[in-house]
Design a protein around this ligand. Sequence first.
Ligand SMILES: Cc1cc2nc3c(=O)[nH]c(=O)nc-3n(C[C@H](O)[C@H](O)[C@H](O)COP(=O)(O)OP(=O)(O)OC[C@H]3O[C@@H](n4cnc5c(N)ncnc54)[C@H](O)[C@@H]3O)c2cc1C
Length: 444
Amino acid sequence: MRIVVIGGVAGGMSAAAKARRTNKDAEIVVFEKGRFVSYGACGMPYFLSGEIESYEELIVRKPEDFEKAGIKVNLGWEAKEIDAKNFKVIVESREGKKEEVSFDSLVIATGASSRRLPIEGVDLKGVFTLKSLDDGIAIKNYISDKKVKRAAVIGAGFIGLELIDAFVRQGIEVVSIDIVPSPPPQFDDDMVDFVKEKADENKVITCWGSKVDRIEGGDSVEAVVVEGERFPVDMVVLSVGVSPNSEIAERAGIELSVASAIKVDERMQTSVEGIYAAGDCTHSYSVVTGKPIYLPLGSLANRHGRVAGTNAAGKNAVMHPVAGSSIVKFFDIGLARAGLTESEAKSEGFDVASVVIKAYDKAHYYPGAGKMKVKLVWDKASGRLLGAQLAGPYTGVKRIDVVASLLIKRATVSDLKSVDLAYAPPFSPVWDPLSIAANQAVKD
Ligand SMILES: Cc1cc2nc3c(=O)[nH]c(=O)nc-3n(C[C@H](O)[C@H](O)[C@H](O)COP(=O)(O)OP(=O)(O)OC[C@H]3O[C@@H](n4cnc5c(N)ncnc54)[C@H](O)[C@@H]3O)c2cc1C
């Protein structure tokens, strides 16, 4: 049996490794068009900030480690076409050598590509996106070669915020631009005031609620122009989201779903039996709505990969619906969410109730205690918890996992109220902020 995997990062290598453990006899072959496999893309902001010295620390397993486990890794080989009828892939090496490789099962883990804005100057030298490890290395080199003093970060979502933090730590002045007045856009407006405070505290120039007109420069970037105002900068990083790399699947007649991601069932199988997909090129199912949802997250890519790898190797595994838990650190604060925000829940047609509370993350007398915000969103009639958002000291917001665990069980706000959350002064007040929010939601 031959299992072919296209793409060698989180989704692809998890699938390959799991397929190996599931089926000791299968031949497993990976094609990765880039230079690296199996790295932690999520760690790149900390490489750029200097908190991690070398990009090599981000690499989890090298091709030779996979080879030892009996997984053949072909670096610099791109899958050009999938013949879904005859179960073949056409691959091409960097040198232009073409081959046809047959498979018994296939995992497509081609990831996503950074979106670019259709604005003047976007192709100038010094304009970057951050997706692959090569992108991270290129940004780091440009900063040191050009002695970058001022950078513009366009987009203040999760990765945009991480980039701002990283650059400020490097002594670079940052101009942050986002069309949304109160980013990050993944949160309700009433949850993000700490973000603006932190940006101001760190002297970030915020052009939020503004559109970038163009990027100016001769040979390389010299300035960004935002609604008529010119900001001289040495570098620009676009961080305006990603799109799934699903074209190769679409050309093969494989169906697409939400956000043009590859459509899969609960076994991560595509519309063609024997062909699976995993990671940023595909979607998940929301535990709240039951609908397909596009969430390009490393946490999910790894889970998808395990499921796809198991099934591709002939056993049976299921990818359960997800809460979409996500978390970000911005200087010393963190933001986390699971389930739906209030605005998402409303647009899904729920009759929503919500509560926002502010409380200490630790006992108020314990050194380092800070205020955090908790927002709970639930269905008014049934009390079913629909989502939660947390903002505050970054060590405190990982308690979102409590909510994620409840969401997968379709729990109510009363259930959250009755959970006895662990307490000691360095970790939480005697009434945890989540309990305080649930008590507010369900007044006796
Ligand atoms: C800066 C940054 C920070 C992040 N932080 C977090 C975080 O904190 N938490 C979190 O959950 N997620 C985070 N993510 C998201 C996470 O990194 C991605 O969800 C994850 O990398 C997806 O893995 P993947 O294997 O699906 O896709 P990718 O990482 O995109 O890898 C796909 C691979 O497929 C290869 N490929 C594509 N097409 C072909 C082809 N035709 N032939 C051969 N090879 C091909 C590509 O070269 C690429 O190497 C972050 C992402 C970035 C960029």
